[in-house]
Structure formats: structure tokens, C-alpha cells
Design a protein. Sequence first.
Length: 597
Amino acid sequence: MSDRPGLFAAPRHTVLSLSVEPESAIPERDRSQFEVLVRHLIYRFFHNELLASDDETRRVMLVSYTAALPSFVLTLFLYFIYHFALPPMPYPRPFWSQIGDHYFFVMYSFLIMGAAAVYEWDLLFPDLLDVFVLSVLPISTRRLFFARVLALTIFLGAVLIGTSILGTLFFPVVADLPRFGYHLLAHALSVLMSGTFAAASFLALQGILLNTVGQRVFRRITPFLQGGSMMLLLAVLLFYPAVCHSIMPLLTSDSTAVRCFPPFWFLGVYERILQGPSALPIFSQLAHTACNALMLMLLIVLLTYPLAYRRRVRQLIEGAGVIDNPSRTAAPLRHLLHTVILRHPAQRAVFHFVSQTILRAQRQRVMLGLYGGLALALTISNMVVLRIAAGHLRPSLLTYGIRTAVPIMAFWTIVALSSIVSAPIDRRCSWLFHAIIGRPGPDHLAGTRTWITLWAMLISLTTALVLHALSPAQLRTPLVTAGQALVAIGISLQLTDLCLYSVRTIPFTHLRTSSITDFPLMVVRYFVFFPFFVFIVVHQERWIEASVAHLLKTLLFLAIAHTVLMKAHQHALRQSTLETAPEESDEFLQRLGLCDH
């Protein structure tokens, strides 16, 4: 027979006895303490409370695929543009259009790495788990520090390479420029430098703050820093079409704002390497700025991170020393709320429970920052347009964009707060609510609805007031102002009623099981219903502002709609309490250990 392995070949391994099998097994490689530490810290970056769900691995993979696909999808789209004549697109692709394509990859790397640093904000430095679990083990402080530095470097490097590798490998092939090697080098180096600068910027920011302010102040400003950072990053993404369309006048102008925009710096690196000495002078200047800025930011990180690490550990050990002193200014407001709105003790309890809990957990703080940044970025990008006059960049406001600001802010505020209060903090403690109150009643659910409605009204009315000062004269009339205020209050009430219609649980205690229908519903909600909702509200604003009679009719309609929704919600709640959910009861008993096994 042939000696080649095949169907009738003898097995390579004979059947061994149970006493011989363990002896022939390959011994597992011994891992050093440092390696175990690094693996543990890397695992925590990918598996933490921010990704809490029924299947953390699936959530991590979904986020990874979502972040890595845009550059590959754009590359596939550009293949036909670079190789075929598709009217009205000229062929071959013009010079400045190619620069716009290069800008996307540099900008996207900057955006993803900045978002990753903001998303993992609380894990960039040690937290309570590291201090009170790892520090008591026989591990030296120096080893803990270097393990975290290496784990952080591996995590950020994996995110940077994983989200840019597809575009780096395929785009130079698709573009098929004469100097392929230089194109590949320019793309890879500029994308890596852009992402590294973004991550280093947020590391440097957090390091400087930890070294200059106390733990109590740092925790207070963290949600605002995360929200503001996400707003800026998302604004960069949403302004991409406008910037790409006007990239030639932007780069050829003498505007200082253009020279201070970080993605343009690394676009200069891209073009300087790709075109060599023949590159435009502006690209050489931007590339020089990019190299200096990156070295400066890395130097700041090297100087501030060790000091911030040490101070962070000391602050966690000593505690923040928070003293809850009731504010004299808030006392009259609290008394007014209790007298006029929160008349039932259950409403007050849930209302203040939400107020004191929403910023305590990392998951809630990050979600608040993400939604807040998205709302502000959508508002600004829809309202602000960039114009170039006399070589200078001048922003101006669009009338239609000003009108869309209130519905955009109201919609995302209500969606954000509804999602945040529905995200659990620690479900192991939720049995306490079952033991004390049983099923939540109408007053408990009314406390949550009141809290979200008041914050939505406050943010919507504040947006209308701020834009009133910036609006042109035709939008400052009394009827327009009254119409804006009525719209802000009305949509805050109606959207809250709709978003919380099916909610039957106390905030922060229920984990909603995901299903295959979640993604299509999310697409419909955010990509179909949201634009349609904004369009309808802006269209109706003109009719509302036409006369006082229209204002009164709108007020009457909103009052009737709110009453009908409240009655329907109360009826549905009474029907749900008549039916016992055995699975909920069994789960409750299992948490208390009262079920027979």
C-alpha cells in the first residue's frame, strides 16, 4: 500500500490506556505573574460593565466589526470610481477628490481612537477593583504599573490596527497609483499617527486633570468631559461631507482654524509622503505640525501618566471624602416639586432615586456622554455651515437648522434618559424592590416619567432660549418664541409618554433580553422615525406660529393627546397586574435561594 496518508492509512496515534494518556500529554506552558496580569487587564478592557449584556463576547465582536467595516466598505465603493467612468463623476478621479478620499481614512482613525479612549475612560487608570483586589496580592507596585501600561498599549494598538488594517491593505490597491509602495507607506503611517495622536490626547488630558484637581472634582466633571469629547468627535464625522466637498478652498485658504484642525495635520503627512517634494507647500507645513504635535503629546503622556497613576491609587485608597450637604438654593425648588408635581411619596422616592443613581455607575455616565455628544453634534452639524470669505473660514447659521435644534435635542434627550434608566447597575440587589413594594405601581412609574419629562423640558427650553439670542430677526417675534416654547414642552411630554409606555420596572433594576428583532427596530427608530419626526415638527412650527388661534389649537391637541396616552397607559398597567408572570416569580425566588433544586 502507499505510504501516503489516506482513507485506509493506519492511524498515527494508537489507543492508549488511561494511565499512559496523562503522561503523554503536552504539559501546559507556565505563565509568569506579569503575563497573567497583562492578560487579566486586557480582558477587562473588552469585558466590563460597559458591555454588560446576555452575551458579552457577541457584543464585543459586534462592536469590533462595526468599527472595522466602514473603511473597507468605502474602499469597495471607490473601486468603481477609480476604474470606471460613472457620470457625473469624472474619470480619472481628480486630484482634490483623491485628497478627500485620503482625508476620510485619516479622520476615521482619529475618530475611532478618540472614541475608544473616551469609552474606556475609567479603565485608562486603576479603579477600585485594581486597588482593593490586585494590590493586596503579593505583586509589586512596579509590576502592576508596567502591566497596566503594556495592557493599555496592546489594547489601543489592537483597536488602531484592527480598525485600519482593511483600508490600509485594500485602498492603495484600489487607487492603483503609479507609486504603489509610497502610497502604502503614506496611508499606513498617516493613519497610525492620526490614531496615536487622538488616543494620546485623551490620555494626556486625563493625566493632567488627575494631577491638578481632586478626585471629587474629577468625578463631577467626567460626564461633561466625556459628553464634550464625543460631541467634538461626532461633529468631525458629521461635517465630513461638507469638509470633503470644500477641501480645496479650505486647504488653500489662510484660515488659522484650518491649520489648527488635527486631522488636516496628518492629511499633510499622507500627501507629503505620497507626492514627495512636489507636494503643495500647505501639505509640508501641516506634516511638520503633525510630527511636532505627536511628539509633544507623547512627551506629555510619558511625564503625566506615572504621576497620575500614583495619585489615582492614593485617591482610591483614601476615598473621595464626599459630604452630602443639602443646598439652600435647591431646598425651595425641592419643596415646590413636592407640593405641585410629586405629591405621592412613591413618586418622590423614585424621582430622587433616579437623581442620585444616574451618575454613580460607569455605564450610565458613559451612555450619558455618548447620547449627549451625539445630540449636540447632530444639532451643530445641521445648523452650522462653513463659508470661506477673503481667505478666512466663517461659520454661519441656517434658519432651517435653527428650527430643527429643539426637536433634535428633545428627541435624543428622552431616548438617552429612557435607555439609561433601563440599563441595570447591579441586578443582584433588585430583589430588594420586589420584597418592599412587589410590582411597581402607577406612582412608582410616574416618578420616572416625571424625572425624564422635566429634564427634557429643561434642555429643550434652554436650547430654544439660547438659539433665540442667535436667530435672525424674523425668528424673534413673540408668536415664534411662544411657538418654540410650546413645541419644546409638547414634544417633551408626548415623546416621554411614548418611550415609557411599555416600561413596568423600577429604574436600573431590569435587564432587557436582546433578540434578533432589536437591530431592525433600532434602524427604523433612528434612521426612519427620527428624520420624519424632525421634518414633521419643523413643518408644523410654521403653522403654529401663524396666529394665536393656531397656538391655542395646538395646546388643546397636546393636552388631549397627553390625557389619552396617560389613560391608555393606566389601563394597560391595570391589565398587566392582573396577570401573574410565573417566570418573574421563579427568578425572584431563585435569587433568594428559596427554590428546590
